[in-house]
Design a protein around this ligand. Structure first.
Ligand code: NG1
Ligand code: ZN
Length: 545
């Protein structure tokens, strides 16, 4: 009965949920039973993984302040294995029904994965972003953890999403090999995050010979938790103190989160966020509310706004690593590639393939798809969504090869430096997930090493004019796609009409897909001129209605 009382405290009815690309997400009001259910599922997942530490992040990223959400992070810091998404969905929806339905769903899940709750132990680390609903939802989550029994949970308080991914993965180092280790939580302190990445930065600066940033950097933290963490990590650090300014840093003012600022605002509106002045010299960047995305931008001498989005981040890094691999003389042994989605600007893909001669792979939207492709296809896999979410992943085998070469083969100073830099960049970048802070540091390090201004970076290629529109349709589920979402297979006949519209404009490309996070379809169009891109978007928009 005590167990049921725990459940009833957080029970609410009336909504159905689905574990999507970003976990569960909705208005925060109805999320309590979902949080309770996630406490239970995360506990069972950890038991299933023999007590490895599983992470849970309570966040709704770039969404408005009244929203919230939750996702489960697997022991290596990656998103929870896909096959468990439907189990999580079943338990969450049963928790919105009744206690009986919930108990039944939990037994079914335990049976299907072979977990005996009374005989196993689970370990969870949890964190939340700065949203006002966070503490309440955390309590519902912890009640779920208590309900499972035999689960140890450690609450990190507020963190950025990538910090939680990183700390969860670090908690398992050693444990993944040694299943018997039972060190209490937390196994890794938050400072490990700062120490790890700052120490890589310091070594890179030493080897590359720079001792300050090349120009002032303004960070728009979207009034989110990233502000608190940047302050802690960078603002008192002698290297960054002088040149880094933080704006939209009011993370205690929950209502201001992502409001007129942040990566999503800047990318969508293609203009400066509130609080950033165009006249300021240097470079600017914007994080989203949980600091797992970053975009850069600057204004030129005529005050024209230039966006350096996820595509530009990917191309800069691709160019940089290609040169380093060549300098190190390992371009034949270590494969390099870029992973994009259909939303990547056609000019960026052409630049990577034709100018850089680096292979590009295209996957469906959602970082779990990009991450998987990058890890499985390339030794150094660079993946970014156009909206700024992405990272670089390095295969352990390739890093070992580079380390061996550094230690055992006589190489010239140029190659030696290149080998060192690749190895150090693999430590500067948070490989578990896109991370605004470490991606920003990696980009600033590259710009410092290349001695590139924002203008030089931007001038590598010019984006094709493009337009992204959201169209509300009666039933978005009828829109089915193939070929990494670039073509429709349903409704029948629609793709042929879209193809005909594309053929009427110069350098035209357009596709339609159902959003995974909103009840709408998205229409993307690009063409040689802005007029044609807008025309194409309008035509396709009309076709899908
Ligand atoms: P949907 O709503 O499925 O288009 C959006 C973004 C994705 C990704 C997810 C998760 C675009 C076009 N889509 O997905 O890139 O970030 O949200 O938050 O930006
Ligand atoms: Zn985010």
């Amino acid at each position: 009965m005590e167990d049921q009382a725990l459940f009833e405290q957080h029970h609410k009815t009336g909504q159905t949920f689905s574990y999507g690309t970003a976990g569960f997400r909705s208005k925060s009001d109805g999320l309590d039973p979902v949080m309770f259910a996630v406490g239970v599922v995360a506990g069972i997942r950890s038991m299933f993984l023999e007590g490895s530490v599983v992470g849970v992040m309570i966040t709704a990223s770039h969404n408005p302040p009244e929203d919230n959400g939750v996702k489960i992070v697997d022991p290596r810091g990656e998103m929870m294995e896909q096959s468990w998404e439907k189990l999580a969905t079943q338990v969450a929806n049963s928790a919105c029904e009744s206690y009986e339905a919930f108990c039944h769903a939990v037994s079914v899940v335990c049976m299907s994965v072979g977990v005996k709750r009374s005989a196993m132990k689970g370990r969870i680390v949890v964190a939340r972003d700065s949203r006002a609903s966070g503490p309440r939802l955390l309590q519902a989550f912890l009640a779920g953890v208590k309900w499972v029994g035999n689960v140890e949970a450690y609450d990190y308080g507020t963190l950025t999403t990538p910090q939680l991914h990183f700390l969860a993965s670090q908690s398992n180092i050693g444990k993944l090999e040694d299943k018997t280790s039972a060190a209490p939580l937390p196994r890794v302190h938050e400072t490990a995050y700062y120490d790890t990445f700052l120490s890589a930065w310091t070594s890179i600066a030493q080897i590359a010979g720079f001792d300050s940033l090349p120009y002032p950097v303004t960070i728009d933290a979207a009034n989110g938790i990233g502000a608190a963490k940047v302050r802690e990590m960078l603002l008192n650090h002698p290297f960054f103190q002088k040149d880094v300014s933080l704006v939209n840093a009011d993370w205690h003012a929950a209502a201001l989160l992502n409001h007129q600022c942040g990566a999503d605002f800047v990318k969508t509106n293609q203009r400066l966020p509130q609080g950033v002045e165009g006249s300021r010299a240097g470079i600017n960047c914007s994080f989203d509310g949980d600091a797992d995305r970053v975009v850069f931008y600057f204004c030129d001498s005529e005050a024209k706004f230039h966006l350096l989005d996820g595509d530009k981040l990917a191309t800069l890094l691709a160019r940089f690593f290609k040169t380093l691999l060549e300098d190190a003389g390992v371009q034949e042994q270590v494969s390099l590639g870029v992973v994009q989605t259909a939303y990547a600007n056609g000019s960026s893909t052409a630049y990577i393939e034709r100018i850089l001669q680096v292979p590009v792979s295209c996957t469906p939207t959602g970082v779990k798809h990009l991450h998987h492709e990058a890890v499985t296809r390339f030794d150094i896999g660079i993946y970014f969504e156009a909206n700024g979410h992405g990272t670089v992943v390095f295969s352990p085998q390739a890093l070992q090869k580079l380390q061996d070469k550094l230690e055992t083969v006589e190489v010239g100073p140029h190659a030696h430096r290149a080998l060192q830099l690749i190895l150090l960049f693999s430590k500067l970048i948070n490989q578990t997930v896109g991370d605004a802070i470490t991606d920003m540091l990696a980009i600033l390090a590259v710009l410092s090493i290349l001695k590139w201004s924002p203008e030089t970076w931007d001038s590598e290629y010019t984006d094709l004019p493009n337009k992204l529109v959201k169209v509300v349709v009666p039933d978005r589920t009828i829109f089915k796609t193939t070929n990494a979402e670039r073509q429709l297979t349903s409704p029948p006949g629609l793709q042929a009409k879209i193809d005909a519209a594309i053929a009427r404009v110069l350098r035209g490309r357009s596709f339609v897909r159902a959003s995974g996070t909103e009840d709408a379809v998205r229409v993307y169009a690009e063409a040689a001129t802005e007029t044609e891109a807008h025309l194409l978007a309008k035509e396709v928009d009309e076709l899908v209605r």
